[in-house]
Design a binder for this molecule. Structure first.
Ligand code: 8OZ
Length: 369
């Protein structure tokens, strides 16, 4: 029976353990450029089997929050190179999470103050995070405009270019496509946000088209064995819903199976919340079996509220990797703490989003260094 501390392969990546640092938005990249402080933060966590960076915008249009990093200017790519160099110097591995927020944005964050873009012109009842006059705060997202079919190849191209530069310029070991949590690709997948009547709306095959086009493009640009994807079939995050998630996501993983991806990352339940939702039943075991039965060989990464016993049960039941979010905010040496059963530092919610070193790089490790 594999344990969290056994090595595993995820596509081209050889991982020394099965503990993954989940992507975590921390809003500490002024002007969307990664900083030296971010390099220190990720390097502190380099003992993870794999680090997944915070969501990183593939384009200015893909930005939805103040001070989240991007991957679309030379300065941003150079900033990330400092991060990946620092992680590699500590013997770690890091992939970046490629992110387009779609409608979860605000005119103040968009190029030329334009409305954010979405499959349909339906506002999300959710908030985004802005910094005005130096003070951070949550505000309602802006009403989006519907993307035209002619614009969609450009979005695929933005993902392709970001994937190429992430690996080729910024030095990442791979990329994870963010198709979860109610952002652009999830908006296309789910009926609550996608009411299109063209080839990108309606039946499942149409709603999955943009995600699958993006996955093929990104896998080609970064290498399929360096490409992962994050899915959240039932999360209500960012006002997203679909009346029939089971057949939708079974179709998605069946289509992903032949791409030869490094991993599939699945958020079980409500992101950062309950693992079971009474009004949104979903069979996650069936999803993994369908991916395997369709020939999918990528590592199966699970996420949401895991502790050591629950992780052990997941590994015994076919998961290959377990992603930890909140525990990684407060415990740079999470691998060592889980291995020795040492107590965990408690994360401080007040410093999750925005700010400096406090609540970011100052959580103590068991052994300094
Ligand atoms: C928390 C705050 C802002 C963004 C996600 C990228 O939910 C996020 C996010 C999380 O995937």
């Amino acid at each position: 029976m594999p344990s969290l501390f056994d090595p595993v392969r995820a596509g081209d990546l050889a991982l020394p353990n099965r503990i993954v640092m989940a992507p975590l938005t921390r809003n500490r990249a002024p002007g969307a450029v990664p900083t030296a402080l971010m390099a220190e933060y990720y390097a502190q966590r380099a003992s993870a089997g794999l680090l997944v960076s915070e969501g990183t915008a593939i384009s200015h249009q893909g930005q939805g929050y103040a001070d989240v990093p991007g991957l679309y200017t030379p300065e941003q790519l150079q900033g990330w190179k400092r991060v990946t160099d620092a992680v590699h110097a500590r013997g770690g591995r890091i992939v970046t999470q490629l992110w387009h927020v779609g409608r979860v944005s605000h005119v103040e964050l968009q190029p030329g103050g334009q409305p954010p873009v979405a499959p349909s012109a339906i506002a999300a009842k959710t908030k985004t995070f802005l910094i005005r006059d130096g003070a951070g705060g949550f505000v309602e997202t802006s009403v989006p405009r519907a993307l035209t079919a002619q614009e969609l190849p450009g979005i695929v191209q933005d993902f392709r270019r970001a994937a190429h530069d992430a690996v080729g310029v910024a030095g990442f070991d791979g990329v994870e496509v963010h198709a979860a949590n109610g952002y652009l690709l999830d908006q296309f997948l789910k009926r609550g946000a996608n009411q299109r009547d063209d080839a990108w709306g309606g039946p499942i095959e149409n709603r999955a088209r943009l995600l699958l086009d993006v996955m093929r493009a990104v896998a080609q640009a970064a290498g399929p064995g360096r490409t992962g994807v994050r899915l959240s079939p039932i999360t209500p995050a960012n006002d997203i819903h679909d009346p029939e998630p089971q057949p939708l996501f079974e179709y998605v993983v069946r289509e992903l199976a032949p791409l030869g991806l490094a991993y599939v990352h699945v958020i079980e339940g409500a992101t950062g919340g309950p693992r079971e939702l009474p009004d949104r039943p979903f069979d996650f075991d069936a999803l993994r079996r369908i991916y395997r039965d369709a020939g999918g060989r990528g590592a199966w990464m699970v996420n949401n509220g895991y502790d050591t016993p629950l992780a052990g049960r997941a590994l015994a039941h076919g998961a290959d990797l377990v992603a930890f979010g909140r525990s990684y905010i407060a415990n740079p040496d999470l691998v060592e703490r889980l291995r020795t059963g040492a107590p965990l530092n408690k994360p401080d919610r007040a410093t999750f989003y925005g700010g400096g070193a406090a609540g970011y790089t100052d959580y103590p490790a068991l052994q300094p260094g």
